[in-house]
Design a protein around this ligand. Structure first.
Ligand SMILES: Cc1cc2nc3c(=O)[nH]c(=O)nc-3n(C[C@H](O)[C@H](O)[C@H](O)COP(=O)(O)OP(=O)(O)OC[C@H]3O[C@@H](n4cnc5c(N)ncnc54)[C@H](O)[C@@H]3O)c2cc1C
Length: 236
């Protein structure tokens, strides 16, 4: 079984690398010995607009390519360029599209983990008149968190089904990505609220899950990018 990042790397290598390069790296990526990275974002170019990336792979006389960029200065041996020269953004876009959905699935699982912790805390923590679980405002947090998880899950699965069927899932992926990120942010925030200060300490995974929820709204394109892209597709 592969982690979701390795799935992206294996997919990119299988789809775009020269056979010799694929055979060289694939077994090590699949076995977890090698971790690849996708260096798209730059300090002086907006990550939300990959087309504005300034890093370039310039071909040298021996066929190798030297990568010139603000953060990197790397030589790529001949034949190691994934896909056609000048079409790198397409490879990146394909990788990011699949990555967004894999992340959405992970965020659903992480939200469920936070929800379980919230429920356990509400049921076990004493309050002046019984337990936290008996307080209506705590019940509202639990209800809203469950509602968010249950409504976002089919949205994500709909996008996954379209991708699996090889159909255009750009609108559904955009909807799922924004909704799942907001959902994780909301559910982890509610879980921390119900835990009180303990929710910010080292005894639960909630601080890390909350950070993931906040990052989710930025990485692979911020919310705004998906909102405008989906709206443009719908409005024509
Ligand atoms: C945990 C994590 C992992 C990451 N991993 C990688 C990686 O592996 N490889 C990689 O290359 N990058 C990676 N990134 C970077 C990520 O892709 C970028 O942060 C993201 O695309 C946003 O780009 P930026 O940070 O440059 O923000 P900018 O593009 O500068 O945008 C800043 C803000 O401006 C607003 N904005 C931008 N565009 C629009 C728009 N069209 N309409 C309205 N408002 C807009 C939004 O509020 C946005 O948050 C990662 C980021 C995080 C948080």
């Amino acid at each position: 079984m592969l982690g979701s990042t390795a799935v992206l790397d294996v997919t990119a290598l299988t789809g775009h690398a020269e056979p010799a390069v694929r055979d060289l790296y694939l077994p090590r990526v699949a076995s977890g010995q090698l971790t690849m990275c996708n260096a798209m974002t730059e300090p002086y170019a907006p990550g939300s607009e990959p087309g504005l990336t300034t890093t370039r792979a310039v071909q040298e006389s021996d066929g190798s390519r030297t990568v010139h960029g603000r953060k990197w200065f790397v030589t790529v041996p001949p034949g190691h360029l994934p896909g056609e020269a000048g079409r790198g953004l397409r490879v990146i876009a394909e990788r990011v599209r699949l990555g967004r959905l894999l992340r959405c699935l992970r965020w659903l699982g992480q939200a469920e983990r936070a929800f379980t912790l919230m429920r356990e805390r509400a049921r076990s923590r004493p309050a002046s008149s019984g337990r936290l679980a008996d307080l209506q405002l705590v019940q509202a947090l639990v209800f809203d968190a469950l509602l968010a998880i249950r409504t976002i899950r089919p949205l994500v699965f709909e996008a996954v089904a379209l991708v699996e069927a090889g159909l255009d899932a750009r609108v559904e992926t955009g909807l799922a990505k924004v909704a799942a990120a907001r959902m994780l942010h909301q559910v982890t925030d509610a879980a921390i609220q119900v835990h009180g200060a303990a929710g910010l300490g080292p005894d639960t995974p909630l601080p890390a899950l909350f950070r993931t929820g906040r990052m989710a709204r930025l990485l692979d394109g911020p919310d705004e990018l998906h909102i405008t892209a989906v709206a443009r597709r719908i409005l024509g």
